[in-house]
Write a protein that binds this ligand. Structure first.
Ligand SMILES: Nc1ncnc2c1ncn2[C@@H]1O[C@H](COP(=O)(O)OP(=O)(O)O)[C@@H](O)[C@H]1O
Ligand SMILES: [Mg+2]
Length: 238
């Protein structure tokens, strides 16, 4: 469904992404794992047209979408839930949701909002409250709902569990699995190796703007290098 080849992203002299190749197949959950500053967010932002692609190609459903503007990419079926959630605190929860559906008709948005409160019951009685009233976990649910309301085929999630308590993070990952079961394809950025591979089918490990390892979640979890580098323990002890 998504194919990224030789992707490069730079900020002035900083080469944040240096030749990333990755694939996301229909119906998969694919994780992009790496430490802070590895280039994960830059990769996602370049895919969805927010960051300029300096070299390489992004294709989606067989079509070259490299460097198309983000609203055009959204129209083709790729929605992004950004790092830090980016909820508008001074807008109501319903207004935040409507922003995600801007490309759809009013009538369809009303149906979609009804659908979203079914999926995210925590938001049901709070549609008229301001975004700033939400806890971190609720804000993440709103950010997910705002992404899904555009009816994308591919959802890009940037650190959806960042800063959340373990129980809330678990709820978010359950929702992510639920979205996949509803037919969405998902690419997920995570710093936490174990959490990412528990939900993903496959993963890519990013270091300094390059993919250093890729494989099924099972293969990656069994990888000795990952155990030492990311879990800080040898496998026998993990
Ligand atoms: N807007 C920006 N301007 C300058 N440098 C940036 C910008 N965004 C990211 N970077 C740099 O690019 C590198 C990769 O960042 P990022 O893609 O955000 O990594 P990650 O999401 O894996 O933490 C880092 O060195 C970061 O400091
Ligand atoms: Mg990031």
């Amino acid at each position: 469904m998504l194919s990224v080849r030789g992707l490069e992203v730079s900020y002035g002299k900083i080469r944040a992404v240096q030749g990333v190749d990755l694939e996301v197949g229909e119906g998969e959950i694919v994780a992009l794992i790496g430490a802070n500053g590895a280039g994960k967010s830059s990769t996602l932002r370049a895919i969805c047209g927010i960051e300029k692609v300096a070299a390489g190609t992004v294709s989606f459903k067989g079509e070259d979408i490299t460097n198309l503007p983000s609203h055009v990419v959204l129209g083709k079926g790729i929605a992004q839930v950004p790092e830090g959630r980016m909820i508008f605190g001074n807008l109501t929860i319903e207004e935040n949701l409507r922003l995600g559906g801007l490309r759809r008709s009013e009538e369809k948005i009303d149906t979609a909002i009804a659908d979203m409160v079914d999926m995210f019951p925590q938001l049901r009685d709070r549609l008229s409250e301001r975004g700033s009233a939400l806890s971190g976990g609720q804000a993440q649910m709103l950010a997910l709902a705002r992404g899904v309301i555009a009816r994308p085929d591919l959802l890009l999630l940037d650190e959806p569990a960042l800063g959340l308590a373990p129980k809330t993070a678990g709820e978010i990952f359950d929702i992510i699995r639920g979205l996949r079961d509803r037919g969405l394809t998902i690419a997920l950025v995570e710093q936490n190796l174990r959490q990412a591979l528990a939900v993903a089918d496959r993963g890519y490990v990013v270091e300094s703007g390059r993919i250093v390892l890729e494989g099924t979640s099972g293969d990656l979890l069994a990888n000795d290098y990952l155990h030492e580098a990311y879990l800080g323990v040898k496998r026998e002890e993990a």
